[in-house]
Design a protein around this ligand. Sequence first.
Ligand code: PLP
Length: 510
Amino acid sequence: MLGWFTQYFAGSDSRRRITPGPGETYDINRKPPPFGHPLKHYFALDDKYVNLNHGSYGSIPLPVIYAANLLAYEIDSNPDIFNRVAYKPRLVKSREAVAKLIGAEADEVVLVPNATHALNTIMRNFEWREGDLIIGATTTYGAVSNTIRYLTDRSEQPRPSMLTIVYNFPLTHAEIIELFRAKIQEAKQQHADIQFTDVPPLSPGYDTDPAEKKNKIVAVIDSITSNPGVLLPWKEMCRIAREEGVWTVIDAAHSIGQEQSINLSETKPDFWLSNCHKWLFAKRGCAVLYAPKRNQNIMKSSIPTSHEYVSPNGSKYAEVGTNFVKQHEWTGTTDETPYITVPTAIAFREWLGGEEAIYDYCHKLAMDGARRMAEVMGTKVLDESGELVATMSNVYLPLPTEKTPGEIYSPEVLAKISGLMMNKLLFEYNTYAGHFFHNGAWVSRCSAQVFNDISDFEYVGKVFNVICQEVKDTILRGICEEQQQQSGPSILNSPVEDDWVILADIDVES
Ligand SMILES: Cc1ncc(COP(=O)(O)O)c(C=O)c1O
């Protein structure tokens, strides 16, 4: 029996079915190429594609793709051995590796397919009562705010209610903290008749007696918002929430691999989740869900419920509780390769110089690149100070701004502009950067990654100059002419527009 087992773990013939191509492996004893375009050789990106949008979907390195392909062969060389014997020890290795990076214990960490899945697992496991409150924000990611909305919409009682903090960036961290604190206090004042005694275990007044737990407030907090890409003072927000007896669910979809010093044992959020397939370079379909041991009793079921579910009414519950980790080892048959690629992704990052070196390069590039792009477009960056920037930055686009919501941009016009930008960026200029309307202005969100350099930001700035001109000449021209006929000067001649002199020439061929 030991024969096949040893042979399997040593690597069988199946491993020899594919041989690595250029960039698919690397020599750990040799120095990697410098950060910037030379590293593109280790990514599958088209040579001519300028990717300033790592933030949306991630872009995995070739050695990770190669390892995942090898694994696919290996799994199907003997699906029974893989699924019955080999899978779980490797999953443990991935959980241990991820836990180390975020300062958690391995048994507080499980892997799920994506951030949306992790968030749903947490939010649907809370036992809601009439009178409970969920605090979100105007910048909460769409799928996440819809999850909250769904919980408040359900026809079955009990249902929580939702409160929304308005974040109009730019804001300082101090201002964000004040808005957060004020919303908690407003919630308590407005619902003075409700007893918010269901507080997290680390908050003052925590009582283990279920009869003492009446209502709760749960804050869903971004560590880094999506649009715009802004680093929030989430650690301080966790501290405030804890003092106030508010549960925290941290949507850190963008954090692992982007943010430094995520020390969850110190920060102590109640729940935390992050995609490993964005900034950590794991294969797409891998996110980490962190539930500290003190809160695992809340996580009664994985989503979907599967073999290792333990009923709180059965005798096994006293022994293993909710069985949080085991429940998540198998939630139905799926492709497990993304989970197993985590150590490969981390090893590649270590070869590149490690988390700190990667962050230092990308943060500086995010700052310098955004400034250069703003210069090219004759606009400004959203945050001069850098307080809001990890490795994504935001730059205003050269389009008219609104003083009153809706005065220029109806939802239809916004959708038209967004669609035109997407098509032009992708299909005419072979590039992509986030673009959206925030707080009365059009903004581009740019990701800085190890394969980017400043020329990518320059290129995208030039491209946006051409595209924004076309937006003004086509979509906005009609609106302006209409407005002009009705009420005088065109918005295209607005003072803001005059301030934003377009400096760049329109050579976008480079
Ligand atoms: C802040 C935030 N939360 C959640 C998600 C959802 O991630 P996924 O699509 O992997 O579930 C994203 C995706 O970009 C995000 O930016």
